[in-house]
Design a protein around this ligand. Structure first.
Ligand SMILES: Nc1ncnc2c1ncn2[C@@H]1O[C@H](COP(=O)(O)OP(=O)(O)OP(=O)(O)O)[C@@H](O)[C@H]1O
Ligand SMILES: [Mg+2]
Length: 263
């Protein structure tokens, strides 16, 4: 057997051991998700993450989406982590190319789909880092490798934190203000606009909002940055208005986020 094949076989065996302990493993749906996501390259990345002692087991899928899946995994110290794994398919490539294109941090990237997906993971990881440093509450990013991002898991031993849209908030006004503040810190300190902010990409854990899904976040000097910001503001205001929170006007939030003084 060629060396490369035997290497992959060893990886397969090791990851097979790691692979899912629970009943999910034997369900038909479970198999399908696993087979689809865990191509050889991804298996290699997961294997490396276990060697590096970033994870000790992959537990179960938290979410299955168009471009990738999120799994709960456990680290050797017993803490939970979230693995966000992007599919290395052409469909994913097409969807993300438009975001990478105008980003000065990714100048000169070739049209190689796999490389672009890896770059996308790098971008999501870097965005999370910058946002965290700017004081935005995001899952702490731990590592990225190829098409996999390892970050803190938001939730507890029972379940992952729910999305904002399915939570009844105790203090909705306070949460609204905090999210607007996060947009401001993102814009002014991290120089980033989220670009897909809504009740779907905010998790609520112990009453506190966490901003997630930061792969598409773009720099404030991107030609579409202000349009994206307007959309984010509109989404957040629309959602909070729908749950009877008194919100600022879109224009007031926009000015506040950008640090533009009222006339
Ligand atoms: N760090 C995390 N801890 C707990 N759950 C998470 C974490 N990150 C993501 N999730 C869960 O996985 C879902 C999908 O994550 P995310 O929004 O980052 O990916 P996505 O690419 O938008 O996927 P989708 O197409 O399904 O929206 C989230 O809505 C959330 O339920
Ligand atoms: Mg999402």
């Amino acid at each position: 057997m060629p060396k490369e094949d035997s290497h992959i076989l060893t990886l397969d065996r090791k990851v097979e051991k790691l692979r899912l302990t629970r009943s999910f493993e034997s369900s038909q749906e479970g198999r399908k998700v696993m087979d689809e996501v865990f191509d050889n390259l991804t298996l290699g990345a997961i294997f490396k993450l276990t060697c590096e002692k970033r994870i000790s087991s992959v537990d179960f899928p938290v979410s299955t989406g168009k471009e990738g899946n999120v799994f709960r995994a456990t680290a050797p110290d017993g803490t939970f982590v979230a693995l966000k794994i992007y599919r290395t398919s052409n469909a994913t490539f097409k969807n993300i190319a438009k975001y990478i294109e105008g980003d000065t941090r990714f100048k000169g990237l070739t049209g190689n789909p796999r490389k672009l997906i890896y770059a996308w993971c790098t971008k999501e990881f870097k965005n999370l880092n910058r946002l965290e440093q700017a004081g935005v509450r995001v899952p702490h990013p731990r590592r990225f490798l190829k098409n996999v991002i390892v970050m803190d898991y938001i939730g507890d031993g029972v379940m992952a934190a729910p999305q904002l849209r399915s939570v009844r908030l105790d203090g909705p006004q306070k949460v609204y203000r905090e999210i607007v503040r996060f947009m401001k810190r993102a814009f002014q300190k991290a120089k980033l606009v989220h670009g897909d902010l809504s009740e779907y990409n905010i998790l609520v854990h112990e009453g506190a909002p966490y901003i997630i899904d930061c792969g598409q976040a773009i720099l404030t000097d991107h030609p579409n940055a202000i349009d994206f910001l307007k959309r984010d503001v509109k989404n957040v205001n629309r959602y909070f208005r729908s749950i009877d929170v008194k919100v600022w006007s879109d224009e007031t939030v926009l000015r506040y986020v950008q640090g533009v003084r009222e006339k």
